[in-house]
Structure formats: C-alpha cells, structure tokens
Unconditional design. Sequence first.
Length: 109
Amino acid sequence: MEQNSLQSESVSLLRTVMWGIAGILPISVMLGGLSATAGYASPFVILLALGIILLISVPVLEYTRLAKFAGGYYGAAELGFGKTVGKFVGLSHYVFYLRWPLGTAAFIA
C-alpha cells in the first residue's frame, strides 16, 4: 500500500536539534579560532550555541506539527499567503542555495 502523506509525529525535537547541529557544525569548524579567544568562557560559548540551536529548532518542530506535508518553507508560505507567494518563496530558496556555494567559495578564497 502506497502512503502519500507524512507519518504523524515522525519529527521529534531531538531529531530537529540534531539536523540543526549538522547544518551549523561546518561553520564552527571554519570559525573555531573564535572560541579560543574566549579563554575560560569557552564552555559557555558551546552552551550558548546549544541554547540558540534549541530556540531555532522549536519553531521548525511546531511547523511540522502544523503542516503535515513535505512542502518545506514554501509550504508554510503557501498555507499563510497563497499559492503564488508559496511558489515565489520556493523559487527564492532554490536560487539562494544555488548561489550559496559560490559566495562561500569567494569568501574563503
């Protein structure tokens, strides 16, 4: 039997936080020297980052409870503002992720 919808409660808070950490971790590798300047406060930097990731992850978790489809952010825009705005947000997101590696490469080089 083919299932055409998302499984209810399949995205937990812990999984959302882990996705956030996996997405943010490369940034900490590039900027690792900044925490060295914090001296004895270095553990506080990690705890602060964990708190920020948790605060960012909670709205994503609530969004997954609200919208039971794989629409992503454009799906949320479509629910709130209509199909035209949803398509614009999806296209903007796509263009952003096409240009992001180029900008990162130019910044590092």
